[in-house]
Design a protein around this ligand. Structure first.
Ligand code: TXA
Ligand code: MG
Length: 316
């Protein structure tokens, strides 16, 4: 399906108006959030949501995150308990996705929930993301705007590299500040961490007054059809490397001699913001063997290591 003329817009008044028009008309618009670029479609429109799967080449219907402008709008679609309310109050707008029971009568497309009775919702903290939601006037289902199994995009150029000709438009809002996807917490019952991400688990534990239980990771393969490797650059990936082989390209962290460095100063926040950009650059360099410096398993390091382990997993 490489037959659409993908329009590119700056996130100005005219670009936002056009994005709103395309989304209301059932089309696909990639737009920036503070985490990564999302591939948006009207979450109430089955055909529009189906186009997301087609454009990404997703082999199956994973449930999608619905983006809404604020807490009150989220409440139209899901039911909050006290813990969910507290987390939303502390971290919205921001890089936290809450999985909650779908509200009876919420007319969200079944393709968004993939048939589950829970729905993932998030209030993005990005002026362009918020402006797109306002312009569209509908909740926006948006996975990361990359072809299935490839690296998430943190710039409009990454989106074009992966999805040109497959989506209606991309809104350029510059590079994403956080650089890894949102943290996902299921709150249907006692809270469980489903995916490490932009909000560190330590911050969630501090808000809840207790460590967060870890639930089944939604991206961990549970059936043979599911993909084992996500977030994969073209080259093979070897982790925790202090001395790379001569034929390996080193993706460094901290003060090491490396072709690319996530953060020379060893700053995990900076490393998260650079992660996907570096993986895209490794593809652009034609790196076939990638070695990665050790990265501490604290704060945003948990999310970074999670993404890198998927990149290093055996390919299907
Ligand atoms: O930062 C982000 O979260 C980005 C931006 C665009 O918002 N979006 C994103 O979407 O990462 P995606 O589709 O790449 O990841 C969505 C994740 C998947 O792991 C999916 O399984 C999980 O959310 N998910 C969605 N709905 C769920 C549900 N009802 N129960 C459990 N997991 C769910
Ligand atoms: Mg994704």
């Amino acid at each position: 399906m490489n037959n659409v003329d993908t329009e590119r817009y700056n996130a100005d008044k005219a670009g936002l108006a056009r994005a709103g028009q395309i989304l209301r008309g059932g089309g696909l618009v990639a737009f920036p959030t503070e985490t990564v670029y999302g591939l948006g479609a009207n979450a109430l429109d089955d055909a529009a949501v189906a186009r997301i799967y087609a454009a990404k080449g997703r082999p199956q219907f994973n449930p999608l995150i619905v983006h809404v402008p604020d807490f009150d709008t989220a409440e139209r679609y899901v039911v909050f308990n006290d813990v969910a309310r507290r987390l939303a109050g502390a971290f919205w707008p921001g890089a936290l996705t809450l999985v909650l029971p779908v509200r009876t009568g919420a007319n969200v497309s079944k393709l968004v929930t993939a048939g589950l009775d829970t729905l993932a919702v998030r209030v993005p903290d990005h002026p362009v993301g918020q402006a797109v939601l306002a312009a569209a006037g509908v909740p926006i289902a948006a996975p990361s705007a990359n072809p299935s199994g490839r690296v998430s995009p943190t710039t409009a150029a990454h989106v074009i590299a992966g999805l040109d000709g497959r989506i209606d438009a991309v809104l350029d809002g510059g590079a994403c500040g956080v650089g890894v996807e949102s943290t996902i917490v299921a709150c249907d019952g006692s809270p469980r961490l489903l995916r490490a991400g932009g909000i560190p688990v330590e911050a969630l534990a501090a808000c809840l007054g207790a460590p967060l239980e870890v639930g089944a990771d939604p991206d961990t393969p549970q059936s043979p059809g599911q993909l084992a490797s996500h977030y994969a650059p073209i080259g093979s990936v070897r982790l925790n490397v202090t001395t790379p082989e001569p034929d390996e390209v080193l993706l460094g962290f901290g003060p090491v001699d490396a072709a690319l460095n996530l953060s020379l100063g060893g700053d995990l926040i900076e490393a998260a913001a650079h992660l996907f950009e570096c993986l895209h650059q490794l593809d652009a360099m034609g790196a076939l063997k990638i070695a990665v410096s050790p990265i501490p398993e604290t704060g945003l390091g948990v999310a970074i290591n999670d993404r890198l382990r998927r990149a290093a997993a055996d390919r299907p």
